[in-house]
Design a protein around this ligand. Structure first.
Ligand code: TRP
Length: 449
C-alpha cells in the first residue's frame, strides 16, 4: 500500500515536526495554570501517568495508522478499513478530524494573533511601568477592536497556510527545522533569565509541592483530557505526519521522545513564567489572562524586560505557528490528493475558509459578543468546546477501537515492530484502557460525569 508521495528527510525532522505540533498554546498557558490549581507535583505525576498510559500508546496508534496507510486521514482510514475487511465508513473518522482541524485553526489563529500583537507591544516598550489596571485595560481595549484583531488573525492565517502551501519538505519540514530549535534556544534563555531575576524557589514550590488532597477525580480527568490535547491526538494531525514517515523508523521510540519533549517544555515554561510572576507578587492562577495581563506587568518591572518580553512572545508565536500548521495539513493533503487543485490552491481554499470562520471568532469578542450557539456559548467557546471536548476524544476513541479491534494483528505488529511483550502491553492498552479513559473524559467534559 504505497504511492509516490513526499516523506520527511529523516526521523529527526519527523520528530521536530510532531513535537512542533504538540508544543503549542496548550503547553504555555494551560499546563502551568492547571498544575497550579490541581495540586502542584501531585498533578504533574498524574499527568505523566496519563501521558505514559494513554498518550504514548495513542500516539503510537495514530502514527502507525498514518504510516501504514501512506495517505491523508480520510483516504487512509478508507484504505486501512478495506485492508482489514471492515466497513468503508471508517473514513468518517478522517472526515471528522479534518473538519475539527479547520474549526480549531479558526480560533487558534485569533489567539495566535493576540500573541503577535503582544510581540509588537513588547518591542515598543509598552510594558514599561505597566500596572495591573493599565495592563487589563490595554488587553480589553485590544479585544474591543475588531479591526486590530482581524489584521493579526489575517497575518497568522497567512503565515500558517504560507508554510503548508510549500509542501512537506520545503514547507513543514523547513519551518520546523528553523522554528523548533529557535524555540528551545529561547526557552533556555528565558529560563536562565528567570532563574537570575525571578523567584525560582517560589516557582518550584508552586509547581512541585505535592498536595494530594487536590488530586480529585476532576483533576485526574482534566489531566487525561489535557494529555490528549497536548499531544495533538485524535484529529489526524499526527496521522498525516505519520503518513510522511519512512518505514524503518521506530514508532515506539519516537512517540516516547515526542511525549517527553512536550511535557518538558510545559514544565520549563511553567517554571520560567511563575518565577517572574512570584518575584513581582502577582496572581499565578489567572488562566488565559496570565500571559496577556499578568506577565507584561512582570516584564515591565524587570531589568531587560523589553528584550525578554519580546523573546517570550516570539517563543509563544513559534509554538503556536508549528501547531497551527499541523491543524490544516490533513485538509490540504486531502484536497491536493483528491482534486486537480495544486497544493498551493488547496492551501488558499482552506486559508480562506479559516479566515472567514476566524472573522466570526474575532467578532465574538466585540460586536457579536451576545450571539449564543451551542450550549448557550458564544462563537469562540462553541468552537473550542465542540472540537476539544467532543470531536477530538471521539476521533481518538475511533482510532483506538479500529487499531485494537478491527485491524489484523499481524499488520499492526509488523508496523510497530516492537518486542512481543511490549506489543501485548500496547495492544491491551489500546483495546481496553484507552477507550475506557476516553469515554471517561468524554462524559466528564460534556458534564455527564
Ligand atoms: N497540541 C497543541 C497545543 O498544545 C494544539 C494542537 C495542535 C492540537 N494540533 C492539534 C490539539 C491537533 C489536538 C489535535 O497547543
Amino acid at each position: 500500500m504505497s504511492q509516490a508521495r513526499s516523506h520527511w528527510s529523516n526521523r529527526w525532522t519527523f520528530m521536530l515536526a510532531t513535537a512542533g505540533s504538540a508544543i503549542g498554546l496548550g503547553n504555555i498557558w494551560k499546563f502551568p495554570y492547571m498544575t497550579g490549581v490541581n495540586g502542584g507535583s501531585a498533578f504533574v505525576l498524574v499527568f505523566l501517568a496519563c501521558i505514559a498510559m494513554v498518550g504514548i500508546p495513542l500516539m503510537m496508534c495514530e502514527i502507525m495508522l498514518g504510516r501504514r496507510a501512506q495517505r491523508n486521514p480520510i483516504d487512509g482510514m478508507h484504505a486501512l478499513a478495506q485492508e482489514a475487511g471492515s466497513s468503508r465508513h471508517w473514513k468518517w473518522v478522517g472526515v471528522m478530524g479534518l473538519v475539527a482541524g479547520i474549526l480549531i485553526l479558526a480560533f487558534y489563529s485569533v489567539i495566535a494573533g493576540w500573541i503577535l500583537h503582544y510581540v509588537v507591544e513588547a518591542a515598543r516598550g509598552s510594558f514599561i511601568g505597566m500596572d495591573g489596571e493599565r495592563s487589563a485595560s490595554a488587553f480589553q481595549q485590544f479585544l474591543a477592536s475588531p479591526l486590530e484583531l482581524a489584521v493579526w488573525h489575517t497575518i497568522f492565517i497567512g503565515m500558517t497556510l504560507g508554510v503548508v502551501a510549500r509542501g512537506v519538505n520545503a514547507g513543514l519540514e523547513q519551518a520546523n527545522k528553523i522554528l523548533m530549535p529557535s524555540l528551545f534556544a529561547i526557552l533556555l534563555v528565558l529560563l536562565g533569565y528567570s532563574m537570575s531575576v525571578g523567584d525560582f524557589q517560589a516557582a518550584l514550590h508552586f509547581m512541585f509541592t505535592p498536595d494530594f488532597s487536590k488530586v480529585t477525580p476532576t483533576a485526574v480527568l482534566s489531566a487525561l483530557g489535557h494529555a490528549f490535547f497536548s499531544l495533538s491526538l485524535g484529529m489526524g494531525a499526527v496521522m498525516v505526519y505519520g503518513s510522511y514517515l519512512q518505514r524503518h523508523v521506530s514508532i515506539a521510540r519516537t512517540s516516547i521522545y515526542i511525549a517527553l519533549a512536550d511535557t518538558l517544555v510545559g514544565l520549563l515554561v511553567g517554571i520560567a513564567i511563575f518565577a517572574l510572576v512570584f518575584a513581582n507578587h502577582l496572581e499565578p492562577g489567572a488562566g488565559p489572562g496570565l500571559i496577556f495581563q499578568t506577565l507584561p506587568i512582570a516584564f515591565g518591572r524587570m531589568p531587560m524586560g523589553t528584550v525578554m518580553g519580546v523573546l517570550f512572545f516570539v517563543l509563544v508565536a513559534f509554538a503556536a505557528w508549528t501547531s497551527a500548521i499541523s491543524l490544516v495539513e490533513p485538509a490540504v493533503a486531502w484536497i491536493t490528493e483528491n482534486s486537480r487543485l495544486t497544493r498551493k490552491q488547496s492551501a488558499w481554499l482552506i486559508g480562506i475558509a479559516d479566515w472567514l470562520l476566524g472573522i466570526a471568532v474575532v467578532l465574538s469578542f466585540n460586536l457579536w459578543q451576545d450571539i449564543r450557539l451551542l450550549f448557550g456559548l458564544g462563537i469562540f467557546d462553541t468552537l473550542d468546546k465542540l472540537t476539544t471536548t467532543i470531536m477530538l476524544p471521539l476521533g481518538g476513541l475511533c482510532m483506538a477501537v479500529f487499531a485494537g479491534w478491527y485491524m489484523k494483528t499481524s499488520h499492526v505488529a509488523e508496523e510497530l515492530d516492537i518486542s512481543p511483550l511490549a506489543y501485548r502491553a500496547w495492544r491491551f492498552t489500546i483495546r481496553y484502557i484507552s477507550p475506557l479513559a476516553i469515554v471517561a473524559i468524554f462524559l466528564y467534559l460534556t458534564g455527564l460525569l
